[in-house]
Design a binder for this molecule. Structure first.
Ligand SMILES: *Cc1c(COP(=O)(O)O)cnc(C)c1O
Length: 830
C-alpha cells in the first residue's frame, strides 16, 4: 500500500471509530444493530441474546482504544511486564466494562428506553471461571489495576474450555457439574488472533549437534509431538483513561496437517485421536486450589502456557530489534504467579540457547534479571514437585537445562558453605525422591521473590525458604495483596457508591485512600442513617439470594455472619460449625438471655478429590437442616450453605455481610483477599492473626476488629504437646458440642458419616489445631453478639472498617510491584 493511501485509509478508520459514539442513542443503535442485523432477533429476545448484542456494542467501543494502546506500547518501545498465571478468575465483564468506559448511565438509559433491563442483561452473563479462588481472582484484580494505572502490562494465561466446576448440593453433598462457560463457543469479550499462533514441543529426545560452519556445539530437540497454541485476546480497560491492556489466553490446537505419516500409513483413527489428545491440554482447569502433583496433563498445561507466552514475547522482540538482545532484560520483566509458570526460567534459557545460539552465561544473565516470583502458600505440601521420569518423557530439553542450572547453582552453595552437605542436599533443585522442586527453580532464576502479606513474607524468610534467604537476602520482599475497588465496591455496591458520591465525590474509585474522608462524618446523623440503610438494602439483596438458592428465609434484622471461600481444613470452616452447634445447644438449654439473632452463611467449593472438605460441606448442610427446621430455634439462629460460590455470587454476598469470618490457623493463610472485600463494604472481621488480617487489624485497631486465637509462633510451640482432649475436659461448652456431634444428632439417617471429622478434631496431630482456638473463638463471637445489639456502635465500626480499607486496593499493590520490581513508566494515552 502506498504511503498516501495508508494515510487516507487511517483517516477513514478514525472516522468510523469516532462515529461509534458513547451517547445513549449510540448505544441503543449499536444494541439494536447487533440484535437485528447480526443475531437476527427482536428486542424481546431471550436475555442471552440481549446480552450478546449489548456486549458486542460495548466491545466495539473498546476496540479503538485497545488498538491505540497496543500500538503505543510497540512504537514507544517501552519496558513491559508480563503476568504469567495459570488462572484468571475474571467473573462477569459487562458491568465492569461499562463502568470503566464511563457509560453505565448511558447504557442503563438506552436499555430502559427499549423496555429492557440492564440489570437483568448483566445477570445473564456467565462467569468466566478460569480459576479456583484467591490466586486467580488476584490475577484478575491486578489486570484491572495495571490498566487503571496505565502500566504496560500484559497477562498470559490459558483459555480452558471448562472452567471451575459448578457446585450443586444434593442431599447435603457436593455434586460437581462441568462448567462449559463458552456455551456454544461464544464469549463476546475475546478476539481470536490466529496470526500469533505458536508451536509448543513435547516428548522426543535431545542430541548434541556440531555446526559444520562454526564448529559450535548445540542441542537439538527432535522427534517431538507439537501442539499449536492459538491466542485469544481479552481487552482489559482502565478506569476512564483510554488505556485498554491485553489478557492473552492460549488455546491448544492440533497441527493443521497433523501426523501425516500415521495418516498415510492408514492409521486414520489413531491420527484423529492424537488430535484430540493435543486439544486436551486446554480442555479443563484443575479444580484443586492447593496443588496438583504428578498429573501429566497438568505439567503439559504449565509448559504450554510458558512456552507459548515466552515465544510470543521473544519473537516480537526479535522482530522489533533485529535479533539484538542487548537490552532485552532491561525492557522485559516476567512476574510468575506462584510456581505454576516457573518453567519459564528453563524455557527462556532454551529459547536463547537453542533458537538464538547464545552462550550460557549471556543467556543466564538475561533470564535471571527478568524473572520475578510470587509465592502464595506456606503449606509445605502445596509446593509443586514433578518426578524426573515424567519430566524426562515430556520435556527432555528443559530438563537438560534444569540439570545444568542446578549444577552451577550447587557450585555456588558449596562455595558459600563449604562442607555443609545437609544444606547442599536441602537446596538442590532435584530432591532426594528424584523430583524437580519448582519453587527452588523459580527462586534460583528470579531477581525478586515476594510473599503476599507482611506476615507471610516474614515466615517465608524464617521457614520454607530460609536457606535461600541466607544466600540472597536482597531478593526477598513483600507485596501485600489487594482487591480492585472498581469491581468490589463501585460495581457491586451501587447503594454505597451513591452515598459516597454525595459525601466525598468519586475520587476514591481511583484513589481508595480517599475513603478515609468519610471518618469525618462518623458522627453525622444523616450520614450514619444513610449508611445503615445501604447495609440494610444489601442485606435484603443477600437474603433474596439465600432464599432463591437454599430456600432458607433470613430476617434482615439479624446479624449476618459470613464465611465464603474454598473449603479447606486450614481455613477452619469446622471451627465456624462448632460455634453454630454451640449456639444451637445454648438455645436448647434455654440460655437465651441477651440473645442476638444470627444468620450464618457458609459457602465454597471443595476440590472433587478432597474427601474431608466434601464431608465438611455435608456437615454444614446437615447442621443447617436440623437448626432451620426447629421451631424452638426460629429466628434466633438460621444457617445456610450457599451453593456454587463464585465471583458473581461474592458481588452480592460481600456488600450484605455484617461479620467477615477469617479464622484460619495462624501461619497458614498467605494473605486472603476475601477479608479485604468484606472490609471495604463495611463488614467487621472476626479473625486470627494470620495473612493480611494482621494488616487489617493494624488499620482499624482492636476496637474495630474481633481478634482471637493463637499466634503463628504459639501454634508451632503448642503443637509439640497439643492435647485436644484436655480442651474438651476443661471446657463445658466444648464438651457439650462434641457430645452432640458424637451422638449422631446431625447424621441420624446416615450414622457415622462424620467420624473422620470427629477423629481429626480430637487428634493430637490435628495440623490445624481447631480445638485449641475454640474457647477464644466462642468468646469473641459472644462479644460480637453483644456489640451488634448496640446498633449505633456497630454502625460506627462498620464505617471505620470501610474508611480505613484504602491500603487494600490493588492500585496500591500494583504501584508497589512497579516501584519495587517492574520499574515501568506509565504510558498516558491522549
Ligand atoms: C475473593 C475470592 C476468593 C478468595 O477468598 P479468600 O477468603 O481470600 O480465600 C475466592 N473465591 C472467590 C470467588 C473470590 O471472589
Amino acid at each position: 500500500m502506498s504511503a498516501a493511501k495508508k494515510t487516507e485509509t487511517a483517516k477513514k478508520v478514525a472516522k468510523v471509530q469516532q462515529d461509534l459514539g458513547m451517547s445513549t442513542k449510540d448505544i441503543e443503535n449499536g444494541f439494536v444493530h447487533y440484535l437485528y442485523n447480526t443475531l437476527g432477533r427482536n428486542v424481546d429476545a431471550d436475555l442471552e441474546y440481549q446480552f450478546r448484542a449489548l456486549s458486542y456494542a460495548v466491545r466495539d467501543r473498546l476496540i479503538g482504544y485497545w488498538k491505540k494502546t497496543w500500538n503505543e506500547y510497540n512504537e514507544t518501545d517501552c519496558k513491559k511486564a508480563y503476568y504469567l498465571s495459570m488462572e484468571f478468575l475474571i467473573g462477569r465483564s459487562l458491568c465492569n466494562n461499562l463502568l470503566n468506559l464511563g457509560i453505565e448511565d448511558e447504557a442503563h438509559q438506552a436499555m430502559y428506553e427499549l423496555g429492557v433491563s440492564l440489570e437483568e442483561i448483566e445477570s445473564a452473563e456467565k462467569d468466566a471461571g478460569l480459576g479456583n479462588g484467591g490466586l486467580g481472582r488476584l490475577a484478575a484484580c491486578f489486570m484491572d489495576s495495571c490498566a487503571t494505572l496505565q502500566l504496560p502490562v500484559m497477562g498470559y494465561g490459558l483459555r480452558y474450555e471448562y472452567g471451575m466446576f459448578k457446585q450443586r448440593i444434593q442431599n447435603g453433598y457436593q455434586v460437581e457439574d462441568p462448567d462449559h462457560w463458552l456455551g456454544f463457543g461464544f464469549y463476546p469479550w475475546e478476539l481470536q488472533r490466529t496470526e500469533y499462533a505458536r508451536k509448543v514441543k513435547f516428548g522426543g529426545s535431545t542430541h548434541l549437534f556440531k555446526d559444520p560452519h562454526t564448529g559450535k556445539l548445540s542441542t537439538l530437540w527432535e522427534g517431538t509431538d507439537d501442539v499449536v497454541a492459538v491466542p485469544f485476546d481479552v481487552p482489559i480497560p482502565g478506569f476512564k483513561n483510554k488505556t485498554v491492556n491485553t489478557l492473552r489466553l492460549w488455546s491448544a490446537c492440533a497441527e493443521e496437517a497433523f501426523n501425516l505419516t500415521e495418516f498415510n500409513a492408514g492409521s486414520y483413527f489413531e491420527a484423529v485421536a492424537q488430535k484430540s489428545e493435543a486439544e486436551n491440554i486446554t480442555m479443563v482447569l484443575y479444580p484443586n486450589d492447593v496443588s496438583e502433583n504428578g498429573k501429566e496433563l497438568r505439567l503439559k498445561q504449565q509448559y504450554f502456557l510458558v512456552s507459548a507466552s515466552l515465544q510470543d514475547v521473544v519473537c516480537q522482540w526479535d522482530k522489533n530489534h533485529d535479533g539484538d538482545f542487548t537490552n532485552f532484560a532491561e525492557c522485559n520483566v516476567f512476574q510468575l504467579n506462584d510456581t505454576h509458570p516457573s518453567l519459564a526460567v528453563a524455557e527462556l534459557m532454551r529459547i536463547l540457547l537453542d533458537d538464538y545460539a547464545m552462550e550460557w552465561d549471556e543467556a543466564w544473565n538475561i533470564v535471571s534479571s527478568c524473572m520475578a516470583y510470587t509465592n502464595h502458600t506456606l503449606l509445605p505440601e502445596a509446593l509443586e514437585r514433578w518426578p524426573v521420569p515424567l519430566f524426562q518423557k515430556l520435556l527432555p530439553r528443559p530438563l537438560d537445562i534444569i540439570y545444568e542450572i542446578n549444577r552451577r547453582f550447587l557450585k555456588q552453595v558449596a562455595m558459600k558453605w563449604p562442607g555443609d552437605s545437609a544444606r547442599f542436599r536441602r537446596m538442590s533443585l532435584i530432591d532426594e525422591g528424584n523430583n524437580v522442586c519448582m519453587a527452588y527453580l523459580a527462586i534460583v532464576g528470579s531477581f525478586s521473590i515476594n510473599g503476599v502479606a507482611a506476615l507471610h513474607s516474614q515466615l517465608l524468610k524464617e521457614g520454607l525458604f530460609h536457606d535461600f534467604y541466607e544466600l540472597w537476602p536482597e531478593r526477598f520482599n513483600n507485596k501485600t495483596n489487594g482487591v480492585t475497588q472498581r469491581r468490589w465496591m463501585a460495581g457491586c455496591n451501587p447503594g454505597l457508591r451513591a452515598l459516597l458520591k454525595d459525601k466525598i465525590g468519586e475520587g476514591w474509585i481511583t484513589d481508595l485512600t480517599q475513603l478515609s474522608q468519610i471518618e469525618e462524618f462518623v458522627h453525622d446523623k444523616s450520614f450514619r442513617r444513610a449508611w445503615m440503610t445501604v447495609k440494610r438494602e444489601n442485606k435484603a439483596r443477600l437474603a433474596e439470594l439465600v432464599k432463591e438458592t437454599t430456600g432458607v428465609e433470613f430476617n434482615v434484622e439479624s446479624l449476618f455472619d459470613v464465611q465464603v471461600k474454598r473449603i479447606h481444613e486450614y481455613k477452619r470452616q469446622l471451627l465456624n460449625i462448632l460455634h453454630v452447634i454451640h449456639l444451637y445447644a445454648k438455645i436448647k438449654r434455654g440460655e437465651t438471655d441477651k440473645w442476638t439473632n444470627r444468620c450464618v452463611i457458609i459457602g465454597g467449593k471443595a476440590a472433587p478429590g478432597y474427601a474431608m472438605a466434601k464431608n465438611i460441606i455435608k456437615l454444614v448442610n446437615n447442621v443447617a437442616e436440623i437448626i432451620n427446621d426447629d421451631p424452638e430455634v426460629g429466628d434466633m439462629l438460621k444457617v445456610a450453605f450457599i451453593p456454587n460460590y463464585r465471583v458473581s455470587a461474592m458481588e452480592v454476598i460481600c456488600p450484605g455481610a455484617d461479620v467477615s469470618e477469617q479464622i484460619s490457623t495462624a501461619g497458614k493463610e498467605a494473605s486472603g483477599t476475601g477479608n479485604m472485600k468484606f472490609m471495604m463494604n463495611g463488614a467487621v472481621t472476626i479473625g486470627t492473626l494470620d495473612g493480611a488480617n494482621v494488616e487489617i487489624l493494624e488499620a482499624v485497631g482492636e476496637d474495630n476488629f474481633f481478634l482471637f486465637g493463637l499466634k503463628a509462633a504459639e501454634v508451632e510451640e503448642i503443637r509439640k504437646h497439643y492435647n485436644p482432649q484436655h480442651h474438651i475436659d476443661n471446657d463445658e461448652d466444648l464438651r457439650a458440642v462434641m457430645t452432640l456431634l458424637e451422638s449422631g444428632h446431625f447424621s441420624q439417617f446416615e450414622p457415622n458419616i462424620f467420624n473422620d471429622i470427629i477423629n481429626s478434631l480430637k487428634s493430637p496431630h490435628d495440623p490445624w489445631m481447631t480445638l485449641a482456638d475454640f474457647r477464644s473463638y466462642i468468646d469473641a463471637q459472644h462479644k460480637i453478639g453483644l456489640a451488634y445489639q448496640d446498633h449505633e456502635h456497630w454502625n460506627t465500626m462498620s464505617i471505620i472498617n470501610s474508611a480505613r480499607s484504602g491500603i487494600f486496593s490493588t492500585d496500591r499493590t500494583m504501584k508497589e510491584y512497579n516501584d519495587g520490581i517492574w520499574k515501568l513508566d506509565p504510558i498516558h494515552l491522549g
